[in-house]
Design a protein around this ligand. Structure first.
Ligand SMILES: [Zn+2]
Length: 116
């Protein structure tokens, strides 16, 4: 058994999720504003607005992925699999989990995945 404070990790994951959801709500807001203002703003600022919209879309996509990872980590907390590498089943170092509570792999497996 990995020596982890699961209640604390669960707290952190839930906090992370509500932060992300708050950001996602703001992003929705700004993409709506772009649509409303399209007829009124000039060509240049419309470009800016579109760029901002693309950026909001991109960060929305990224937070979507992160939300999935958080959901997965929460499931693993519930099932008792949390803190074990999904590839080799070794315990993931506590420091790594403190840095990224959604980490799924130990350092070796993560590095191997990145180099391939
Ligand atoms: Zn591993």
């Amino acid at each position: 058994m990995v020596d982890l404070d699961l209640a604390d990790i669960r707290e952190r994951l839930l906090k992370l999720r509500s932060d992300l959801e708050a950001v996602a709500a703001t992003n929705d807001e700004s993409s709506r504003i772009v649509e409303l203002d399209q007829t009124r703003v000039g060509r240049l600022s419309r470009m800016d607005a579109l760029q901002a919209q693309a950026m909001a879309k991109e960060s929305g996509r990224r937070s979507e992925i992160l939300l999935q990872r958080i959901a997965g980590a929460l499931r693993r907390v519930e099932s008792g699999d949390y803190g074990r590498c999904r590839s080799c089943d070794d315990p993931i170092p506590r420091k790594r989990l403190e840095f990224d509570p959604t980490a799924l792999f130990c350092i070796e497996c993560a590095e191997r995945a990145e180099s391939t």
